[in-house]
Design a protein around this ligand. Structure first.
Ligand code: ZN
Length: 281
């Protein structure tokens, strides 16, 4: 197990270095979109697909035999009905196949106690456990000279209706569905997702954040605090979304650690564990 972890860490580090290498020259032209809407959709980046040549988390450094061992000693149980389909579950699966009910809102929302960007008080909330973990992560980052900002957290179903509609009228439905979430299909409605950014990324949600010192810190450390980068590079066909280095989903430390060490998206992780879920766009 130790060995595998180390191998995968090296693999991830290699990915991060490669990613930063190939992104260096690209300034993001579409940052303003996120600025206006505060949603997860700032990217119009065709170069995302340039990554399909094997540059992803489960890269060539870890080989097939590691793959077989990956789920032998998992400690977190995941039950399809009780965990994945229950909206208030910390392990809830929310994507384009698994939508939340219109009337679901978490009961334990609190205002986050970290620096924020937007004035709308709704989006500066998270569920309590996620908020505490976010504070811990921001503090650990700050102790290492990394200053993070929370940009967009909880969003109600109705807020998502407004965001999606405005995106459709500005960019068309096809684009909207690729860069934003339909109402009910956004992890932000769980109160367990927070979009983070930095001064170096102009406080925006852009792919460029992944190349900043802050974005790389988050990629390497967020799992220690229970967060996972939910939409990794090169996994659009699995998650249904472009690479979003800013979108963190809280799963709790134990599960986040396992997902991180697997090098997989949450959907792939669940399927590897034998859960019969649908994935894709
Ligand atoms: Zn997000």
């Amino acid at each position: 197990m130790k060995k595998k972890v180390i191998i995968q860490s090296i693999g991830l580090l290699a990915s991060v270095l490669l990613i930063s290498g190939c992104q260096e020259a690209s300034e993001d032209p579409s940052e303003d979109i996120a600025e206006e809407s505060g949603q997860d959709n700032s990217e119009e980046t065709p170069e995302n697909n340039s990554n399909s040549d094997g540059l992803n988390e489960s890269d060539s450094v870890s080989d097939e035999e590691d793959q077989d061992e990956t789920f032998e000693d998992v400690s977190v149980t995941v039950d399809y009905e009780a965990d994945l389909l229950k909206p208030s579950s910390i392990k809830a699966l929310v994507n384009k196949q698994y939508a939340l009910p219109e009337d679901y809102s978490p009961e334990d929302l609190v205002t986050v106690e970290v620096p924020t960007i937007l004035e709308n008080p709704e989006v500066n909330q998270l569920r309590e456990a996620a908020s505490i973990a976010l504070s811990d992560m921001f503090q650990a980052a700050e102790e290492e000279g990394i200053k993070l900002y929370a940009r967009s957290g909880y969003r109600s179903y109705q807020t998502q209706v407004q965001l999606f509609d405005s995106y459709v009228s500005n960019h068309g439905e096809e684009a909207a569905n690729r860069y934003s979430a339909r109402p009910g299909e956004s992890e932000h409605q769980t109160g367990l997702a927070m979009d983070v950014t930095s001064e170096s990324a102009n406080y925006q949600l852009s792919e460029a954040f992944g190349d900043t010192e802050e974005g790389m810190w988050v990629a390497e450390r967020a799992h220690e605090f229970g967060f996972v980068i939910r939409y990794p590079r090169g996994k659009e066909d699995v998650t249904g979304y472009q690479f979003e280095p800013w979108h963190l989903r809280y799963f709790g430390e134990e599960l986040a650690q396992e997902i991180y060490e697997s090098g997989l998206t949450y959907e792939e992780y669940l399927m590897e564990r034998g859960l019969d879920i649908e994935a894709g766009e």
